[in-house]
Design a protein around this ligand. Structure first.
Ligand SMILES: C[S@@+](CC[C@H](N)C(=O)[O-])C[C@H]1O[C@@H](n2cnc3c(N)ncnc32)[C@H](O)[C@@H]1O
Length: 203
């Protein structure tokens, strides 16, 4: 028998960990109302703390999951932590292809390739990119003139703004090899690193 979306989602967060506290900390700090999550798979936790989220993924498992949108909407309505009605949408396509969406306050990038680079045109000026460096997305944002590093999120979901210049430095001051990061789609082992990084899109 096919699993319902809730069972699948709960199994997913049991395996990967629930990132609701991370999304909540970021949404609260920057007053996020509208976000996109390219490469979301079935991580619908952002909708518990952000009123309008568009999930984008071209994997058939994600497409199948989001076909149960009525159940997902009901579940979020019952568990959301904001007063507005929730708006959830899903686009089952490659996020590097043009997307029919407006500008948003936040882009979420978690273990899904170069999301920040590929979708930054949908981020409003002053908007936030939340990303990790698992696939090198944070490295590319750090050295991208369109973005400014404004904070990190620690393992216990605290946003920190101090000593940001210490991040993205390699031992022995070795230069960052962007070609390698792009080819391998993998972040680098910096001397000081954080679980997640916050970048602001420059106006
Ligand atoms: C490793 S999973 C991470 C899922 C989720 N973000 C998480 O942190 O658990 C990567 C997801 O990104 C999706 N993905 C990768 N590249 C993509 C692309 N170009 N367009 C759409 N989805 C993509 C994959 O289909 C997969 O579901």
């Amino acid at each position: 028998m096919e699993k319902g979306f809730l069972e699948e989602y709960q199994e997913y967060i049991r395996k990967t960990g629930d990132r609701k506290a991370l999304y909540k900390a970021v949404a609260k700090e920057y007053g996020v109302q509208k976000a996109i999550y390219p490469g979301s798979f079935i991580d619908i936790s952002p909708s518990l703390v952000i009123p309008e989220v568009t999930y984008i993924d071209n994997f058939k498992g994600a497409i199948r999951f989001f076909k149960q949108m009525d159940g997902i909407q009901d579940y979020i309505e019952q568990h959301k932590e904001y007063p507005e009605a929730c708006k959830i949408s899903f686009i089952g396509q490659d996020y590097t292809e043009p997307l029919e969406i407006g500008q948003v306050d936040l882009i979420i990038s978690q273990y899904a390739g170069f999301v920040g680079q590929e979708t930054k045109q949908y981020l409003k000026p002053g908007g936030i990119l939340l990303c990790n460096d698992s696939h090198g997305d944070a490295t590319l944002a750090r050295f991208d003139d369109d973005f400014e590093l404004i904070g990190i999120v620690s393992d216990n979901d605290n946003i920190e703004r101090d000593n940001l210049e210490e991040y993205f430095k390699l031992p022995k001051e070795k230069p960052v090899d962007f070609a390698l990061v792009k080819e391998k789609m993998k972040g680098l082992k910096y001397s000081v690193a954080a679980e997640n990084y916050l970048f602001r899109k420059k106006p």
